[in-house]
Write a protein that binds this ligand. Structure first.
Ligand SMILES: Cc1cc2nc3c(=O)[nH]c(=O)nc-3n(C[C@H](O)[C@H](O)[C@H](O)COP(=O)(O)OP(=O)(O)OC[C@H]3O[C@@H](n4cnc5c(N)ncnc54)[C@H](O)[C@@H]3O)c2cc1C
Length: 630
C-alpha cells in the first residue's frame, strides 16, 4: 500500500484511529492486518504505547485478556514478552482458571518496539497531529480535523484518546492541563462529541512517584525475583519466530536474547506508622478529600490516602518497588499513588522502610478526564449516536492497558467489518474475558474506572488463559485474524487436545480410565498420564490436563452456559419501541431498556435492575411484535 498522506475527501482511509495508546495501537494493527488502509494519528508519536502508569502488563484477569489479544492476532502479548524484565504467574497456588501471567516491562523498549511494528506495517500510516474535532455528514462521521488545520477523511473513525479529553492534573492545590505529566490535554475534541449528542462525564485516576534506584536501600527490602520458567503471553507453539523481532535489530527477525532471560527483580517493602501519621495529618490537602476532584477514581487502585482512610485498621500497607527498564535507574513505587502536595509526598515516602533517602524523579499526581459512558455504544463498539464512529480504551470508562488494548482490537476489526458491510465480531461472555468486558460496558455502563477481575466472569472456569486460541478459533478463522499457517497450527492443536482428552476419558488402563487415575493425582503430577503424553507441546499438555482434571466442573459450567445462551439468541428488533410494544413493564425497566437498546434478550437480562418478570414480558412482546411485522 502507498503510505503517502491522503487529504482528499474523495479518497478516504478505510479507518482513522485517533490516539496511539494501547487501544489505538491494537485498533490500527487489527485493521491493518485485515488489509484496510489505516491512518493512525497521535498528538506525539514519541509516546506511542506509553505506559502512563505501572510499567507492567497483565496480572489478575488482565493477563487473560492479553492472551486473548494474542490469540486474536494482536500485538500486546508479544510486545510485553520481548520487553519483559520480570515474569510472574499470579495465583500459581490457586486453580488454573484464575492463574494469570504478569510481566514487568522495560517501558521504553515496549514503546519503541510497538512504534516500530506500526511503522513497518504496510497498511498503516502513522502521523503526528492532535485531533481537534470530528467531521460529520448526515449523522455519520466522515473524517477528523486537526491542530495543523489539516482534515483527514475516513470511512470509519476510532477514538482512542485515553485520559486526554480535557485532562487536568492535580498535585495538592497545583493544577496543570494534560492527559498525563509532560503531555498535552485534548481540549476541543470533547465539544465536538457533545455537538453530536454524545454524552460525556468525568473520571479520575492517579499514579505514584518515580524515584532513583540508587536512593533505595535494598537491604531493608524483600526481593521478588521473576519466575525461572516464565509463562509468556504469546502462543509460541502457533506463532512464528519472525513475530518476536526485537527493536534493537531494526525489524530483523531475530532476538538479541530470549524473553525471560536475565530478568531484573522487583522488591517489596512496607509503609510505617510514621507514614500513616503524615498521610492522616495531611489528607485534607489531597484534592480528592479537599473536594477539588469530584470525579470517581479506580476503586481497585486506591491512592495511599484512600488506603489509610478506608482501611484505618491497617497500620501498614505493602509497597512494591518496580524497575522502569534496563537502561534507566528510575523505579515505580507501586502502592503509593497520591495527589497530595509534593512536600507531603516526599516526607511520606521517606518514612517507608528502605526509602529513607528517596530521591524523586517524577511526582505522583492525579488526572481528571472526560469519558464517554459506554452504554452509548453497540457491542461492536460503534456509537449508537453517530454511524461509523467507534470508541475504545479508557475513553469508555475502563482503566488498564489490557482492557484498553482489547477494546482497541475489537474496534479495529469491527471498523473494517463496517466498511465491508459485514456483521461485527461480538464475543460472548462464555468465550472470552473480552466478551465480559464489552458486554459489561455497553450493558451496565460504569460509574468509576472499570478494571477486569476474574470474579466478573460468571463462566471463568471456561476462560483459563491457556485455552484462548482454542475457544476463539472459529472467530479467528471466520475473520481471518491470523496468517493461514498459524491458523492451521491452532486447528492442529485443537485436534490434539480433543483426541487426547477423548482417549484419556475412554481408554481403560489399570484402576479405571486414564482420566480417572489422573483425577486421583495432584496438579502438576503427570505420572498417571501415558508416557507419550510428555512428547506434546507444553501448551497442549497444560490444556489437556486442565480439561481432564476439571471435567466435572467444566461440564456443569457448559450446562449452565447453554441455559443462558438461548436468551442471547433471541434478537430484539432494531425498531422495537419499549414505550408502546411492552405492556405492564415497570417505568425504571422501560427507561433503561429504551436508553441501552439491548440487541438480544440475553443482553437485556444483564442490565442492572432488569428482573426475570421483565424478561418474560419482553419475550412475549417480541413474539407479538414479530407476528405483527410479518
Ligand atoms: C496518571 C495515570 C494513572 C494511571 N493509573 C493506572 C493504574 O493505576 N492502573 C491501570 O491499570 N491503568 C492506569 N492508568 C491508565 C492507563 O494508562 C490507561 O488505562 C491506558 O493507557 C489506556 O489506554 P488508552 O489507549 O485508552 O489511552 P492512552 O494510553 O492514554 O493513550 C491515548 C493516546 O491518545 C493520544 N491522544 C489523546 N488525545 C488525542 C488527540 N486529540 N489527538 C491525537 N492524539 C491524541 C495520546 O497522545 C495517547 O497516545 C493511568 C493513566 C494515567 C495517565
Amino acid at each position: 500500500m502507498n503510505k503517502e498522506i491522503k487529504l482528499k475527501k474523495e479518497c478516504p482511509y478505510d479507518v482513522i484511529v485517533c490516539g496511539a495508546g494501547h487501544a489505538g495501537c491494537e485498533a490500527a494493527l487489527a485493521a491493518g492486518r485485515m488489509g484496510a488502509q489505516v491512518l493512525l494519528l497521535s498528538g506525539n508519536i514519541d509516546t506511542i504505547a506509553q505506559m502512563s502508569c505501572n510499567p507492567a502488563i497483565g496480572g489478575q484477569a488482565k493477563g487473560h485478556i492479553v492472551r486473548e489479544i494474542d490469540a486474536l492476532g494482536g500485538e500486546m502479548g508479544i510486545n510485553a514478552d520481548v520487553s519483559g524484565i520480570q515474569f510472574k504467574l499470579l495465583n500459581e497456588s490457586k486453580g488454573p482458571a484464575v492463574q494469570a501471567p504478569r510481566v514487568q516491562c522495560d517501558k521504553k523498549i515496549y514503546q519503541f518496539r510497538m512504534k516500530h511494528v506500526l511503522e513497518l506495517h504496510p497498511h498503516i500510516t502513522v502521523f503526528q497531529t492532535m485531533v481537534t474535532g470530528l467531521v460529520y455528514e448526515n449523522g455519520k462521521v466522515i473524517g477528523v480535523e486537526t491542530n495543523l488545520n489539516l482534515t483527514f477523511y475516513g470511512k470509519t473513525v476510532i477514538v482512542t484518546t485515553g485520559t486526554f479529553l480535557r485532562g487536568l492534573m492535580h498535585i495538592g492545590q497545583n493544577k496543570n492541563e494534560g492527559g498525563r505529566i509532560g503531555d498535552f490535554s485534548a481540549k476541543t475534541l470533547s465539544q465536538s462529541f457533545l455537538n453530536a449528542g454524545i454524552e460525556l462525564e468525568r473520571l479520575k485516576t492517579g499514579t505514584p512517584p518515580r524515584i532513583l534506584g540508587s536512593s533505595i536501600n535494598f537491604n531493608k527490602c524483600e526481593e521478588q525475583p521473576g519466575d525461572c520458567n516464565p509463562v509468556f503471553f504469546g502462543f509460541y507453539d502457533t506463532r512464528g519466530a519472525e513475530d518476536l523481532f526485537h527493536v534493537e535489530q531494526k525489524g530483523q527477525h531475530k532476538l538479541g536474547w530470549l524473553p525471560g532471560s536475565n530478568q531484573i527483580s522487583c522488591w517489596v517493602t512496607d509503609t510505617t506508622e510514621k507514614t500513616a501519621e503524615i498521610i492522616n495529618k495531611n489528607v485534607h490537602l489531597s484534592p480528592m478529600y479537599s473536594g477539588e476532584i469530584k470525579s470517581k477514581g479506580p476503586r481497585y487502585c486506591p491512592s495511599i490516602e484512600d488506603k489509610f482512610v478506608r482501611f484505618s485498621d491497617k497500620p501498614t500497607h505493602r509497597i512494591f518497588l518496580e524497575p522502569e527498564g534496563r537502561n534507566t535507574d528510575e523505579w515505580y513505587i507501586n502502592g503509593f499513588s497520591t495527589s497530595l502536595p509534593f512536600e507531603i509526598q516526599l516526607s511520606g515516602l521517606k518514612t517507608i522502610t528502605g526509602l529513607e533517602n528517596a530521591i524523586i524523579t517524577r511526582p505522583a499526581y492525579a488526572v481528571e478526564y472526560d469519558f464517554a459512558p459506554p452504554q452509548q455504544l453497540f457491542p461492536s463498539l460503534e456509537s449508537k449516536k453517530v454511524e461509523n464512529l467507534f470508541f475504545a480504551g479508557q475513553i469508555n470508562g475502563t482503566t488498564g492497558y489490557a482492557e484498553a488494548a482489547g477494546q482497541g482490537l475489537i474496534a479495529g476489526i469491527n471498523a473494517v467489518q463496517k466498511v465491508r458491510q459485514q456483521p461485527p465480531l461480538i464475543l460472548s461472555r462464555h468465550e472470552a474475558y473480552l466478551g465480559v468486558l464489552i458486554d459489561d460496558l455497553v450493558t451496565k455502563g460504569t460509574l468509576e474506572p472499570y478494571r477486569m477481575f476474574t470474579s466478573r466472569a460468571e463462566h471463568r472456569l471456561l476462560l483459563n488463559h491457556s485455552s484462548a486460541e482454542i475457544r476463539l478459533m472459529h472467530h479467528i478463522e471466520k475473520h481471518q485474524l491470523v496468517p493461514q499457517d498459524r491458523l492451521q497450527k491452532i486447528k492442529k492443536k485443537a485436534d490434539i487436545i480433543n483426541s487426547w482428552t477423548l482417549r484419556l476419558e475412554t481408554e481403560k488402563t489399570k484402576g479405571g480410565t486414564w482420566a480417572e487415575n489422573i483425577r486421583r493425582t495432584q496438579i502438576g503430577d503427570d505420572s498417571a498420564f501415558p508416557v507419550e503424553f510428555q512428547n506434546l507441546h507444553q501448551t497442549a499438555r497444560t490444556e489437556i490436563s486442565y480439561q481432564v482434571r476439571y471435567k466435572g466442573y467444566l461440564d456443569r459450567e457448559m450446562r449452565s452456559m447453554e441455559r443462558m445462551r438461548h436468551l442471547d439468541k433471541i434478537r430484539i428488533p432494531k425498531n422495537f419501541d419499549y414505550q408502546t410494544a411492552v405492556k405492564g413493564l415497570r417505568n425504571e425497566s422501560r427507561e433503561k431498556l429504551q436508553l441501552i437498546k439491548p440487541e438480544t434478550v440475553g443482553q437485556a437480562s444483564r442490565i442492572s435492575g432488569i428482573n426475570p418478570p421483565d424478561i418474560s414480558l419482553l419475550m412475549v412482546s417480541i413474539k407479538a411484535f414479530d407476528q405483527e411485522e410479518n
